[in-house]
Structures are given as C-alpha cells and as structure tokens.
Design a protein. Structure first.
Length: 181
C-alpha cells in the first residue's frame, strides 16, 4: 500500500493494518463512532480507501443506504470502497441444495439441523459468550445485485465484484465489491 494513501478500516479486526485509521464504537480505534447510526465525525473527501469486512450486515437494513452514502461522502474523488458481506444467495442456494455447512458459528445447533444452520448464517449473533446479548446480530442481507444497486444509488461508479486470496476472509459465504467514487 502506498504510504501516501489515507486509509480507513471500519470495524477493524484484531490484526490492525499499519498506518490505517480505524472506526468502531469500541475503544482503541482512531475514530469512535457507530457506522450507520449517525453521520460519521469525518470531513468530506478525507480518505483514499475505505475497507469494511463483514460489518455492513450488522447495520439495520433500513439504514444501509445512509451508511454507504457516508462512505461515499468521506472518500476523496477517485477513492475506493471495498466492502465484504455474507452472500445471501450462496447461503440460500446451499440450504436448498442440502449442502449448507455447519461450523463454529453454531453453538445453538449441536444436532446440525439445516434449518437452524440457515438461520445461524442469516441471523448470526449467537456466538459463545454472547448468546442473548444482541451484540453482533445480522440486520441486513445482501446478494450481488442488491449490494451493487446500493453502491450505485450512493453515487459510486465502476462497481465490481472482487475475490479474496484463498484462506482469507469468511470463506464460502464471502461477497466482495469494490466501488470508486
């Protein structure tokens, strides 16, 4: 990454990217704010790249457009937004094909029931230690056409699907898009 670029990660992972600003409601971030709940405390045209991996689905569906518009606002002209979400189409297809996978995300599904697996993926939030706390629940679903439409309606251009290197991200459910301002 070019050191001259100003970059922001929304909802950063524990592995922080050197030189990047971070935004989350949790302490320890460069900017403390809840994306999608109010305008971001960031000036217009401040960043060259904004990255959000598996965060947008935690914003209520009816606030998604405003959240994406805020990213557009804080990006500099020709800046890029890279966003990753669970691919709802893949999850539903896997359910109907009978191939939905069970993994560590299902503490409430020890019998590996496919219906419970589907619900675990769509309404994820029941991680060990967080059951009943509504800390991480999914509040929106996306497939490629809906995510592209939201990005275009926010004013982005050149929206394209992207792929992660093998072994990165959230595996088979990843849906990534890169959009330019």
């Amino acid at each position: 990454m070019d050191n001259a670029l100003k970059c922001l990660e929304i909802g950063p992972s524990k592995k922080r990217r050197p030189g990047w600003d971070t935004l989350d409601a949790q302490r320890g971030c460069t900017i403390q704010a809840r994306w999608g709940h109010a305008p971001l405390p960031i000036d217009e045209n401040s960043y060259d790249l904004v990255f959000a991996s598996h965060v947008l689905e935690h914003i209520p569906w009816f606030q998604t457009a405003a959240a994406v518009a805020e990213v557009h606002r804080i990006l500099r002209p020709n800046g890029a937004f890279e966003v990753w979400v669970p691919d709802f189409e893949k999850i539903v297809r896997a359910y109907f094909e009978g191939s939905i996978l069970n993994d560590q995300w299902y503490p409430l599904n020890p019998e590996h029931d496919p219906w419970k697996s589907l619900n675990g993926r769509v309404f994820w939030g029941a991680r060990r230690g967080e059951i009943g706390k509504e800390v991480h629940f999914h509040r929106a679903c996306f497939d490629a056409p809906s995510l592209e439409r939201i990005l275009l309606q926010a004013g982005f251009r050149e929206v394209a699907r992207i792929q992660r290197p093998e072994g990165e991200g959230h595996g088979w459910i990843d849906l990534g898009m890169r959009a330019l301002k």
